[in-house]
Each structure stands twice: as C-alpha cells, then as structure tokens.
Ligand binder design. Structure first.
Ligand SMILES: *Cc1c(COP(=O)(O)O)cnc(C)c1O
Length: 232
C-alpha cells in the first residue's frame, strides 16, 4: 500500500466517524482530494486507491494533470481564485467551480461552457469570517449573487463554499461553519435550491461535517505537506 492510499483510508475513516457523530449518513459527505502542488503521479495513486474527485487551485497546473489523467474517469473541481481571462479552459475542462465570487466570472463561464455539455456545477464562495485578505463575497451580498448565478443557462448552482480562517478551537470552528449553513438555509427558504456546502479541510473537517458539510476539501492529510510553491 502506498502512503497516499493509507492516508486516503484514514481520511475516509475520519469522515465516517464525524458523520456518525453528527447522526448523518457518511455517504452524504463527499471527499474532494486537493492535489495542488503534487504531480500527476500522486493523482494517479489516489485514483488507483479509488478516489474520484480532485481539486485544483491553479488553471495551468490543473490542465496538466487533467491531460495526464485523461485515461481515468475523474471529476475535476476548480477551487482557487479565477481571473476572467482564464474562464474558458476552466469551463471546458473542469466539472465544478467552487470559487464563484463575481457575477462577471460566472457569466463568462456559462458562455464558454455552452449548451451542448452538462452544466458546470458551481458554488458561490462566501467570506464567513470577514477577514480582509480572503476571497469570497460578503455574507450580505451572497443572496443577490447566488440568485443571479442561478439564472445563468449553462451553470448549475449547487451551493456555498467557504475557507474560514483557522479557528482557535472546535467551538469557534463550528460557529464559522454554522454561519455558512445558516446562510444556505436562509437562501433556500427564500426560493433557491442549494444542496451543497463545500467546507472543511485537513485540520477542521470534523467541525465542518458536524455543521453540515457535504463536500470536504482535503489536501495535506492525503498527499502530505506542500513544499514547493504551487503556482510554479
Ligand atoms: C489548499 C486548499 C485546500 C486543502 O487544504 P489542506 O489544509 O491541505 O487540506 C482546501 N481548499 C482550498 C480552497 C485550498 O486552497
């Protein structure tokens, strides 16, 4: 067994335990393996161990891996900041985008995706802990953005995503994830149909699952520490 397959088993066990503690079906939580900064061979090892969904933060790096793994049936999620001049390759080669924070980007993705393919699955990224440097739309602007994105023809709005800043303890982590869940519930009460909450990473996936995460995005706990600059 490789380290990656051992790590994957451990992460899946953590997910199952957290789901059980939350009284949830473990199958209601999907694992997104965040492969940024790791080579195509690492993705292949994870795929051979049964992992299907992979997350990438950088367009060029992601495209290299998508091409290298074209023989495997994988699902690719774009989870990083997206500039408007990079929307076309993302719309053409990825299945999901978690990081929608501007309508303009969503419009370009919809146009580039076109009507002939299954809709691109998207989440609106929300800045739930309010820190100035982090990406995401402010919570009070999320509803207007989500409603506009939901009307675009070639996208399917699935839910909300957040990357809260690291919390001091479990209770604080849970409050931040709960804020995203409560926002999702409020938008659904207001007529949207959001079934996904993309939240929780290597260090805090248990707190996220207790608060309703349906997709956890896990890098380090599967692939190890990232040593090189993933942008290069
Ligand atoms: C890198 C990254 C992750 C994974 O973080 P780990 O702490 O390595 O699990 C998840 N989500 C996003 C948006 C990331 O950029």
């Amino acid at each position: 067994m490789t380290t990656i397959s051992t790590n994957l088993q451990a992460v899946n066990a953590r997910i199952a335990a957290a789901a059980q503690a939350a009284g949830r079906n473990p199958e209601s939580v999907r694992l997104l393996a965040v492969s940024k900064a790791f080579p195509p061979q690492a993705v292949r090892e994870a795929a051979e161990a049964g992992q299907r969904a992979f997350g990438e933060n950088y367009v060029r790096e992601g495209m290299v891996k998508i091409a290298a793994l074209a023989d495997a049936t994988l699902e690719w999620h774009f989870i990083g900041p997206l500039q408007s001049n990079k929307t076309r390759p993302v719309a053409e080669h990825f299945d999901w985008v978690h990081s929608i924070e501007r309508l303009k980007i969503a419009e370009r993705l919809s146009e580039a995706r076109g009507p002939d393919r299954p809709p691109l699955q998207v989440c609106v990224q929300v800045n739930v802990s309010g820190e100035a440097s982090k990406s995401g739309v402010a919570p009070d602007a999320a509803g207007a953005l989500a409603r506009a994105v939901a009307r675009l023809p070639n996208l399917r709005l699935r839910g909300l995503m957040a990357i809260p800043e690291p919390a001091g303890d479990m209770a604080q982590a849970r409050r931040r994830f709960a804020a995203l869940r409560e926002l999702r519930d409020a938008l659904n009460a207001d007529g949207l149909q959001l079934d996904m909450l993309s939240m929780g990473m290597s260090d805090d996936l248990e707190a996220a699952i207790l608060e309703g995460a349906t997709i956890v995005r896990v890098g380090t706990a599967i692939f190890g520490e990232r040593t090189r600059n993933p942008a290069t």
